[in-house]
Design a protein around this ligand. Structure first.
Ligand code: BV8
Ligand code: ZN
Length: 252
């Protein structure tokens, strides 16, 4: 069922009665915090930047300074941003329901900064840089990096343990998802009675298989997105609107 944005009473009942809620989030949740999404025409990062030149291991090996500078530019934007009403509403669900977990594809920390306590990062984190050679963790210096635009080169720091180039702590295309995070996400999808997809295009796998896994295991799937996505078919409710408006209404 697709509806214009008014919250149906039956949906509110299902949500209020949820015992295990899994929130599955994508870049659309952070859009209203001013963080660019990836695939939206004109505003999405991939409309201006080529993912093959920036978001693969081969790209990092070819031009480490270009890739490191691009991720530092994105990290600076996240450090300047604040969680929006969607992040706050998602964190607020935990106060009302017995179990709420957030499985996010986002590499920012805005769910955590809004107070969400159980967050699984499927695609890593901008703050979790590590050595590309020996995997030793790297702690970014405090403060906002001085990169003012994407495309600015900045050589990656050298690992304190082995001297290798430090890489961003995100999962690039062609790389496996962190094993523990993926195992937990699949278990949460299978066990959820309500599975809430918010602000994701549902195009990147294996993450995009989670709503289908949840629906197959019997969860009521709810989707919040202003636009149609490939996940529409497995959602019992498609709430077409911006997460910053729709999510607080679900708590009303
Ligand atoms: C892997 C981190 C095994 C880095 C990201 C062909 C067919 C099928 C699959 C493949 C294929 N070719 C390759 C693959 C596999 C590939 C894949 O799925 N590719 C797709 C794109 C074709 N996947 C992988 O490579 C994965 N690994 O498969 O490992 C393997 C191993 C070796 C060899 C082969 C396979 C790893 C994928 C991880 C990629 N990393 N990010 C970084 O951030 O730079 S991907 C990137 O997409 C994002 O970071 C994000 O995590 C992910 C999902 O995007 P979304 O969050 O959904 O964002 P998007 O812009 O797409 O959509 C935004 C949505 O928000 C829109 O729907 C919009 O309408 C909505 N919106 C906007 N405003 C609002 C809103 N919603 C609500 N409110 C608003 N206000
Ligand atoms: Zn090292």
């Amino acid at each position: 069922m697709s509806i214009a944005f008014t919250t149906p009473a039956e949906l509110l009942d299902v949500l209020a009665g949820a015992r295990r809620l899994c929130v599955f989030s994508g870049a659309g949740v952070s859009a209203e915090s001013g963080i660019a999404t990836f695939r939206q025409p004109d505003t999405g990062l991939w409309s201006r930047f080529d993912p093959l030149m920036l978001a693969t291991l081969e790209a990092f090996q070819r031009d480490p300074a270009l890739v490191w500078g691009w991720y530092e530019w994105r990290r600076a934007a996240v450090l300047r941003a604040q969680p929006n009403p969607a992040h706050h509403a998602i964190a607020g669900l935990a106060a009302r329901l017995p179990q709420v977990c957030v499985v996010t594809q986002n590499v920012d920390d805005l769910h955590e900064r809004a107070g969400a306590r159980d967050v699984v990062h499927l695609h890593g984190s901008l703050e979790a840089a590590r050595c590309s050679r020996c995997a030793a963790p790297y702690a970014h210096p405090a403060g906002i990096p001085a990169v003012t635009q994407g495309g600015e080169r900045m050589p990656p720091p050298a690992c304190a343990a082995c001297g290798g180039p430090v890489r961003p702590g995100v999962v690039w295309f062609g790389e496996s998802l962190p094993m523990q995070a993926w195992a937990r996400a699949e278990a949460l999808a299978r066990e959820a009675d309500v599975f809430l997809c918010v602000g994701t295009s549902g195009l990147v796998y294996p993450a995009a298989s989670l709503p289908q896994q949840a629906a197959r295991a019997g969860a009521a799937v709810i989707q919040v997105n202003p636009d149609a996505t490939p996940l529409d078919g497995c959602a019992r409710w498609n709430l077409r609107g911006p997460a910053g408006a729709v999510m607080p209404a679900l708590l009303a």
